[in-house]
Every structure is written in structure tokens, then in C-alpha cells.
Design a protein around this ligand. Structure first.
Ligand code: GLU
Ligand code: MG
Length: 440
């Protein structure tokens, strides 16, 4: 039996009737088509049809247009990646696989975000022998009948007790799906929790971001709860981030450690991180992609709103984590300013593109910042963009990101960001939060 037939037999035996095929649009919404398990082989061969217009969809399901994409014409083929095929523990009867998107001619679709991420990972490996390991932290807030569920103290054991069965089922479902949870804990805001999972290559990390979120959502539904991953639920409170951890590896060694640079990083690691740090204002238009994102990005909220880096500094946008000497895998950097409205494939790909530019130019890091930059009297680092239009201006002048994304994808992203800016131009923070909190 070929691998696809084997996979179909395995799913059939496990009672799986349908496979959810997902991709994430430029507004950060995970969209789906499903096929019956029996049609999986055909779907791998021919793909399943989907309009390219979703690349210019907005968070409210209205659409805009861009120079290359938009309007009712045309069709794409969604082709599942069976390496990721997963029977869904909290959705009995269903399996999941992410897709790559192709033209009907089977030529690669230039605006496929997943291929963009893969292309950047390949550039890192082919050009510099760098393998990246990445992992997203997933934060969410959970409500029951509209009220936060799990309302004990921040990071409090009481919250774990309140939602014990729910949280247990999340760990069990992730584990049953072959995902290794690293940590799960109650976060700061009422009803807020976080789970992190083991690092993976950049495309797999983005796939996992999708799967982890939908698993948490599905378990929530089973418990009569509603989960939201939106940047803000209450504009006056703490938001949901989706921080990205990354480490660089060459010849099987973690080059975030055992070097002569700051806190033990090697020159290539320093240059890569310096490239990311330089590009952060533009990267924000991808990693904090909606007007709601900027309601979360407030100083002194652990969201990392200053363009600086620091050793274990949770108010720096870029936090370096040297790890412990006995743990080769532990040294890494965390980008804190990104949130769950972002398309994770755009995030992993664009961070690599920014880092590689730093490597190509041999950049070095400025001095690290310690303490809360909001309270530094002298030499305070620059504030990252405080609104989407400002981040967009930076994206528009970022040759590095524009070139990496390619004109089709770049144009569609720009159009979506401009249209969402216009959509919420007259809205108050409360109206923006209300319009977006149930969308992600
Ligand atoms: N919830 C915070 C955010 O908006 C992050 C808290 C933390 O450091 O885990 O990013
Ligand atoms: Mg957190």
C-alpha cells in the first residue's frame, strides 16, 4: 500500500470520516475545506478548489482587492501535507492537515504563505547552513456564558483547580495528537491561560500554532466554554500574546550558546538577532496585524513594545534566554510583541528573512536593556509602532521583507492591512475589541 492508502486505512480504522484542510489567510483567520476520508488520495493528487479571493479577506469576512489578487475570478488547488495528518482528539470523527496552495496548472501559487515560510527556511539552510527551531506560546482567554472562567489569582493554583478537568483534557488531547506540551499555566488576566509546545522547524512550528489553537478551541467547546485567542478581550486589561521562540543551529549545534558574543551567543546568532531587532517595526505589521493588536501593545504589560533586547527582560521586544549550561537546546530568543491575530507562516518566514539580512550584513546588537524601558529616564529605547498604519509605513519601506514576500503576497497583505485600518478608523477601543474578540 502506498503511504496515502495507508493513512486512509489508519484513519478509517480510527473512525475518522472527514479531514479538515486548513490554511491561514492574511488577516490571520484559519479557513477550512473538508473532504471525506475516502477522497484523501484524490485530494493529494488533484487538490481541492478554493478561490484566491480569501487572500484579501478581512477579519469581518468582507473583502478588499489588491494589485494581483481580488475579485471573483480564478481558482486554486489546496493540497494537504500528509506528513502532518493528525486525527483530532477533541473532534472525534475528524482529522486535520495543513495545505499548500497551488495554481490549477499545479504551479506553486506565489501568495501561498506556507510556501513563503518554507522558502525562507530553505534560504537559511542553503545559504548559511542555519537550521531554525521555533515554537509559539499560545495564550487564550476562556469564558462561560460570557464571563471569564477560572477567575482565581493570576498564575494561581486556584485557577488550575477550578478548571482542572478542562486543562487536563487539553494536555491529553495535545499528547494524543503527538504534540509535546512543554508547559501550561494560568496567565495574568481572568480566564487567561497559556500553553507552549516543543520547538520544531519553521513550517512545522506554524502548523503547530494552528493545531494547538484549534485543539484548545475544540476542548473548550466540549466543556461548554468559549476560547478566544484575540489580542484583546478587554482593552483596559492585559492581552493575549503569541510570542515566538527561536534558536539557530549549525551542524547540529545550537549557536545561541558557546560563542564569544553577548551572553555567550555566537557571531551568527548575534547578527541574526540584530537583523530581527532592526526590522521589528516592519515585522510588527505581520506579527501584530490588526488594529486590535495595538490595543494590546502597551508599555509595562509584558507585551514587549520597545525596540530593544535584553537578558531575560520581559519588557524588551526581544528577550534573550541563555538557558542552563547542561541543556544544549535551551538557549533561545523570544519575540514578545507578536499576537495570535498573526498568520504564523508569515511570522516565521518574515523573521527568518529579517535575520538573514542581519547575517548577510554582519550586524551586531546594540547594548542590552535591563529593567522596564518605560521607566528608563535616560537613553530610553525607541517605542515600536503604536498603531497599525505606522507599522505599515515601516513594512512599506522594508526592502528586505518586500523582496522576501514577493509582489503578490506583499500586495495582498498591504491591501488587507489598509482595509482593516479603514474598517476600524472610526471605532473606539471597546468597539474594536468587541468586533474582533470572537474572530480568532
Ligand atoms: N499576556 C502578555 C502578552 O500580551 C504576555 C505575558 C507573558 O509574558 O507571558 O504578550
Ligand atoms: Mg505568557
Amino acid at each position: 500500500m502506498d503511504p496515502t492508502q495507508q493513512a486512509m486505512a489508519r484513519l478509517g480504522a480510527a473512525g475518522v470520516n472527514g479531514v479538515a484542510l486548513t490554511w491561514v489567510d492574511n488577516a490571520g483567520i484559519t479557513r477550512v475545506k473538508t473532504v471525506p476520508t475516502g477522497r484523501l488520495a484524490q485530494t493529494v493528487e488533484r487538490g481541492v478548489g478554493m478561490s484566491p479571493v480569501f487572500d484579501v479577506y478581512l477579519v469581518d469576512d468582507s473583502m478588499t482587492t489588491s494589485p494581483h489578487i481580488g475579485g471573483p475570478d480564478g481558482d486554486l488547488r489546496l493540497v494537504p501535507d500528509l506528513n502532518r495528518l493528525t486525527a483530532l482528539a477533541a473532534q472525534p470523527g475528524w482529522a486535520w492537515a495543513p495545505v499548500d496552495r497551488y495554481e490549477q496548472s499545479r504551479a506553486p501559487y506565489p501568495a501561498c504563505q506556507r510556501r513563503f515560510a518554507r522558502r525562507q527556511a530553505e534560504r537559511a539552510l542553503d545559504g548559511h547552513g542555519i537550521e531554525l527551531r521555533m515554537g509559539f506560546e499560545t495564550e487564550w482567554m476562556v469564558t462561560r456564558a460570557g464571563e471569564p472562567a477560572g477567575t482565581g489569582p493570576a498564575y494561581g493554583m486556584a485557577r488550575l483547580v477550578e478548571l482542572s478537568a478542562y486543562l487536563d483534557e487539553i494536555v491529553a488531547a495535545l499528547t494524543a495528537q503527538g504534540i509535546e506540551p512543554l508547559q501550561l499555566h494560568p496567565e495574568y488576566a481572568p480566564g487567561q491561560f497559556e500553553v507552549s509546545v516543543a520547538p520544531a522547524d519553521p513550517v512545522a512550528a506554524a502548523d503547530l500554532a494552528v493545531l494547538v489553537r484549534e485543539t484548545v478551541r475544540a476542548v473548550s467547546v466540549r466543556h461548554g466554554l468559549a476560547a478566544t485567542f484575540a489580542p484583546v478581550v478587554d482593552p483596559d486589561g492585559v492581552g493575549n500574546g503569541r510570542h515566538l521562540h527561536l534558536s539557530l543551529w549549525q551542524s547540529g549545534k545550537n549557536v545561541c550558546r558557546d560563542g564569544d558574543g553577548p551572553f555567550g551567543m555566537t557571531a551568527v546568532c548575534e547578527a541574526f538577532l540584530a537583523g530581527v531587532l532592526r526590522e521589528l517595526p516592519a515585522l510588527l505589521a505581520l506579527g501584530a496585524p490588526t488594529p486590535a493588536s495595538y490595543l494590546r501593545l502597551k508599555p509595562s504589560h509584558w507585551a514587549g513594545v520597545f525596540q530593544c533586547w535584553g537578558l531575560e527582560n520581559r519588557e524588551a521586544a526581544l528577550r534573550f534566554v541563555p538557558g542552563t549550561p547542561d541543556d544544549q537546546g535551551a538557549a533561545n530568543a523570544e519575540i514578545k510583541c507578536f499576537d495570535g491575530a498573526a498568520n504564523p507562516y508569515l511570522v516565521t518566514g518574515s523573521v527568518i528573512a529579517a535575520g538573514l539580512a542581519g547575517v548577510a550584513e554582519g550586524l551586531t546588537l546594540p547594548l542590552p536593556v535591563s529593567g522596564d524601558p518605560a521607566h528608563t529616564r535616560t537613553g530610553a529605547p525607541a517605542r515600536l509602532p503604536a498603531s497599525l498604519p505606522v507599522a505599515l509605513d515601516h513594512l512599506e519601506s522594508s526592502a528586505v521583507l518586500r523582496e522576501a514576500l514577493g509582489e503578490e503576497l506583499y500586495g495582498a497583505i498591504l491591501a488587507v492591512r489598509q482595509a482593516e485600518t479603514a474598517l476600524f478608523a472610526a471605532s473606539s477601543p471597546y468597539e474594536i475589541a468587541a468586533a474582533t474578540r470572537d474572530r480568532y
